[in-house]
Write a protein that binds this ligand. Structure first.
Ligand SMILES: Cc1cc2nc3c(=O)[nH]c(=O)nc-3n(C[C@H](O)[C@H](O)[C@H](O)COP(=O)(O)OP(=O)(O)OC[C@H]3O[C@@H](n4cnc5c(N)ncnc54)[C@H](O)[C@@H]3O)c2cc1C
Ligand code: SF4
Length: 325
């Protein structure tokens, strides 16, 4: 059961920031994650602050320098279907189209997708684990088949978002407003891993709201894609995924962003793969080396070693596909 709370619907950003200043307040966008977190007692809230009347946070606009601005309240469907996103940033359109189910994509927003809580079943259940302020991680010696193979330290969640790795691959910037004014954070620095702070997932402070996401203009020769492998062809989170944004000069890769999902507590840049492919043509030898490099430093748990072969094969296939475009 969801505990009682007060519900407010401010009509200005300033009002929303003010309402969110109390420590027991939470922002409400589409509510698809927020309400299940309240129901499952992942966190409590005495006040829910709806962002839904803030029209300025809804929409997709071109920026003066040829990039895009995506308002945080833009739905995932609108993001996936927008002609400019599809044409210039296929990696984001494909990632958004892979999120959950049509109903959830119609209701869920891109801002909420970036801020959703992890899906570890102990965390979502009644277990007072390390991330919830308890003393142990139940997944470490428990049911860890969906947990991370990179970056786990004390806690072994995977970041659940499909759009986040795509946005990291595109070097997006997250714009934020809060009690201390506005700030912009490169999305690569937006997520916080457990080694730094096990109790949080992002750099957002109490009272801060994501207003929009800025995508830089796509550079010449950019080819991008998102591939997700899941347990079933219905709504499901990524067992393994990869967002690619590669710049080509002829058949040679001149700059690479390779970001894994379902792999680590944060969207995981595979600098090892980026290093192998940058400056090279994607021939069979390079692609096989890239697949190997992707998993070289993986540290699987007892029940998720299957992810190693999954990532390796998926990266080989996706690099091969992009090389042929
Ligand atoms: C059955 C199911 C399957 C799913 N499968 C997938 C999947 O395959 N891939 C995937 O990526 N996701 C998946 N999701 C997650 C889903 O995409 C998210 O629930 C959704 O994107 C959250 O958006 P929302 O607008 O509903 O956010 P809310 O539920 O309203 O908010 C989520 C969190 O973000 C905070 N928040 C929201 N907007 C802002 C903002 N602008 N500024 C600051 N904080 C904010 C809220 O306070 C809350 O903590 C699934 C969810 C469900 C229920
Ligand atoms: S993986 Fe993280 S969230 Fe899951 S039980 Fe361990 S500490 Fe908790």
């Amino acid at each position: 059961m969801i505990p009682n709370f007060n519900y407010v619907r401010p009509t200005s950003l300033k009002g929303a920031v003010r309402q969110l200043q109390s420590p027991d307040a939470r922002a409400h966008a589409g509510g698809t994650d927020l309400l299940s977190c309240l129901r499952d007692q992942v966190f409590g809230a005495e006040k829910i602050v709806s962002l839904r009347k803030l029209r300025e946070l809804r929409g997709i606009w071109q920026t003066g320098d040829g990039g895009l601005r995506i308002g945080a309240l833009t739905t995932i469907t609108q993001t996936a279907e927008h002609p400019l996103v599809r044409e210039r940033y296929p990696v984001l359109a494909q990632a958004a189209a892979e999120v959950a189910s049509p109903q959830l994509r119609n209701q869920g927003t891109i801002g909420g997708n970036l801020c959703q809580k992890p899906r570890c079943w102990y965390y979502r259940g009644e277990f007072q684990c390390l991330r919830k302020g308890g003393r142990i991680c139940y997944a470490l010696h428990g049911e860890n088949q969906f947990h991370c193979i990179f970056g786990g330290k004390g806690c072994f969640i995977v970041n659940p978002s499909d759009t986040a790795p795509a946005l990291v691959a595109l070097d997006a910037v997250v714009r934020i407003i809060g009690p201390n004014g506005k700030r912009s954070v490169a999305i690569n620095n937006f997520y916080v891993g457990p080694a730094k702070d096990i109790t949080r997932e992002t750099v957002l402070e109490q009272g801060e709201i994501i207003t929009d996401i800025i995508l830089p203009a796509p550079p010449a020769g950019l080819r991008s894609s998102y591939r997700k492998v899941r347990g079933r062809q219905a709504w499901d989170f990524a067992l393994a995924g990869v967002a690619l944004a590669l710049q080509f000069n002829g058949s040679k890769v001149t700059r690479a962003r390779v970001v894994l999902s379902g792999a680590a507590p944060v969207p995981w840049r595979s600098k090892e793969v980026e290093k192998v492919i940058t400056g090279r043509e994607l021939d069979g030898r390079v692609i096989i080396s890239a697949g190997r490099a992707a998993v070289d430093k993986a540290r699987p748990l007892k029940k998720n070693a299957y992810k190693i072969g999954l990532f390796q094969g998926m990266i080989e296939e996706e690099l091969e596909a992009l090389a042929k475009i």
